[in-house]
Design a protein. Structure first.
Length: 636
């Protein structure tokens, strides 16, 4: 403690003269900017424009779906008073380099910086609307995902995004017409140094005051509980600079320390329920397992009708012979659908930065396919897209699947949206399953019901009004209905061949659908029904076996609970996976909760300690993946 106090004392002594700098910073910047003259008004304008855009951006991301600006919400999440001086400092740090140039080169430098900044903000907004996070350097390794995604990406744009480019259009026009206005500007290294140094000093001073000497609640250069909190504190430029710093730091080979190993081991051991076995244990032992991960399937459409027509008649029919988990939540993060693949097969939360399958495709896990393989099962993972999409082929191979099938294994006779349509996909899979040696575990992923939900008219079987059919909600209902029909036909084919007699079918959504991407549009549809507004983040989990008596399970759970629940039903001894899963068996538990990717806690914890411990699981899983804990622990 004494040593810590000495360190703070040293910091105080070194920064004793910073207080006066801080008091005079605004005055100094004002004098400098005022002295730049009319020829440098473009610099001042660019600083002001980027500041206004930053505030607009913060006001959008802190509002529902990042589609409408709210002035109060532009500042409500700051740890301290609105740090606009920090925002300005980060902007000036970049723009100060304009004074390396003279004449028209300075104009084009400033316009380029402004344009790149606007592009960054728009891309951030589009990504945030879909994934509640912002673009990171890790996305540069995910360019293989861009194929066929143009329509989905464009659908994330909103009219408000035009505000980020209006000044650029104006400046470009001025620059092209009034060339003499800026042609006499001169290079000024002195101005560059003063602006750059003052801005860096101010940011560092705030870092010391808030991060090092703060009360523990405020933060600047520290990752907050949610990305938009960190973004609000640091400004968009500061956030991405800090993100790049963390990317470089995390990219270095990091070994698991003994302390980290012990912390993970203790958390996993302490969070396993040890309850007596009940009537569900091993009831499906030795049976085949087919798991179908349905694109964008959310609970809101199950057992619902539109204009008197069931949206998911086949899934509804399955419930009579299924365990139906109606309070089951999505927990995907930056990896989107690939995170669903990960959690269903490993019961481990995804990493907190970037996509797990891209960052750590070769990691070791004690997985569902590995455990079933040890009991004599053949294992196969099937996607209707290319193997590089979300990097799923190498990642699922490392997780433990013996074989994988991507779009190159199919006759792509009809494509809808991102790839092979679900109808053709299931028709080509059915004969392969009939010929498989039993027992087997087949993991399947669908694709057609992916946003932007623009299913061709010939496949739209729901009778909807013309106007409603054109909305994103109408398109979503049609897309889910189509996929539901293909699942029904697929299971009928397997039933006729006798395969279903000895097979368990697990169906769940990879994440929510229309509410995940277009909740703002759903709210605007009139007239509307109350159930349309269900943005609870729930996805259905259905475990079906022909002839069993159906039962709805209201226990709150999430995607990491899939693997231990299935293993319990399949009769796999808990000792083989008890200390490697972050989820729990939803058919034999006394707990009722799920932790969402943004750390929102669904359910009720017994006390604050349990609540904090459950939330901590996300960070423990992040450490497990980043340090490849299971490989270090001896798993193969």
């Amino acid at each position: 403690m004494a040593r810590l106090e000495d360190e703070f004392a040293n910091v105080d002594r070194k920064l004793s003269n910073f207080a006066s700098i801080r008091r005079n910073l605004y005055r100094g910047l004002h004098v400098i900017l005022s002295g730049l003259g009319i020829k440098d008004s473009l610099f001042v304008f660019t600083v002001a424009a980027m500041l206004v855009k930053s505030i607009l951006f913060i006001g959008l991301i802190n509002n529902d779906n990042a589609t409408q600006y709210n002035h109060m919400k532009a500042f409500y999440s700051f740890s301290s008073s609105p740090p606009l001086a920090v925002y300005v400092s980060f902007i000036v740090i970049i723009l100060s380099f304009a004074f390396l140039f003279k004449g028209r080169f300075r104009f084009w430098f400033l316009l380029s910086c402004n344009s790149l900044f606007s592009t960054l903000l728009i891309v951030d907004l589009m990504y945030y609307r879909g994934y509640s996070s912002f673009v990171t350097p890790y996305l540069l390794s995910q360019t293989t995902n861009l194929d066929n995604l143009f329509s989905s990406i464009i659908s994330m744009l909103r009219q408000v995004d035009l505000l980020f480019v209006l000044d650029l259009i104006l400046l470009l026009g001025i620059g092209l017409k009034f060339k003499k206005f800026y042609i006499k500007t001169q290079r000024s290294i002195y101005t560059l140094l003063i602006l750059f140094v003052l801005s860096v000093v101010h940011v560092y001073y705030q870092h010391v005051q808030i991060d090092l000497k703060g009360n523990g609640d405020e933060m600047l250069f520290r990752v907050a509980w949610s990305p938009n909190q960190t973004m609000s504190n640091l400004s968009p430029l500061g956030y991405h600079g800090f993100d790049i710093y963390n990317y470089v730091k995390d990219s270095k080979d990091a070994k698991l320390t003994p302390e980290e190993n012990e912390e993970i081991k203790n958390w996993l051991a302490q969070n396993q329920e040890k309850l007596p076995a009940n009537e569900y244990k091993g009831i499906f032992k030795g049976k085949n397992l087919i798991m179908i991960q349905v694109e964008s399937l959310e609970t809101s459409v199950i057992n619902q009708k539109v204009n008197g027509q069931e949206i998911t008649p086949n899934l509804n029919k399955l419930l009579a012979n299924s365990f139906y988990f109606s309070n089951f939540y999505e927990q995907v993060y930056n990896g989107s659908s690939s995170d669903a693949d990960l959690m269903a097969n490993t019961s481990v939360y995804p990493v907190r930065t970037g996509a797990t399958f891209f960052r750590f495709p070769n990691n070791t896990y004690n997985s569902l396919p590995k455990l079933l393989k040890e009991d004599g099962y053949s294992t196969l993972a099937i996607h209707p897209d290319k193997g590089s999409y979300w990097n799923w082929v190498p990642a699922l191979t490392a997780i433990g699947f013996e074989k994988t099938m991507d779009d190159s294994c199919f006759n792509t006779d009809e494509k809808i949206g991102l790839g092979l349509c679900d109808g053709s996909y299931f028709k080509q899979i059915a004969p392969l399953i009939r010929e498989q040696e039993q027992p087997f575990y087949d993991f399947m992923v669908t694709l057609t019901s992916h946003n932007p939900f623009d299913l061709p008219e010939r496949y739209r079987s729901l009778m909807l009004s013309e106007d409603f059919n054109k909305t994103k909600l109408g398109g979503y209902f049609q897309s889910i209905r189509y996929t539901d029909e293909q699942i029904g036909s697929f299971l009928d084919t397997l039933d006729k061949s006798g395969v279903l007699d000895n097979t368990v079918v697990v169906i769940y959504g990879d994440h929510t659908g229309v509410h995940k991407y277009y909740n703002d549009e759903v709210k605007a549809i009139q007239p509307q029904e109350s159930w349309w507004l269900d943005d609870s983040k729930r996805i259905p989990l259905i475990i079906y076996h022909k002839g069993m008596n159906g039962r709805e399970i209201p226990t709150i759970g999430g995607q990491i609970d899939t693997m231990p629940t299935i293993l319990y039903l399949m009769g796999i001894n808990e000792e083989r996976y008890a200390n490697t899963v972050f989820g729990r068996n939803l058919l034999n538990t006394k707990k009722d909760f799920a932790v969402l990717a943004n750390r929102v806690y669904m359910g009720e914890a017994e006390n604050s300690t349990e609540y904090e411990n459950h939330i901590k699981g996300i960070d423990m899983a992040d450490l497990v993946i980043r340090k490849n804990y299971f490989k270090e622990a001896g798993y193969k």
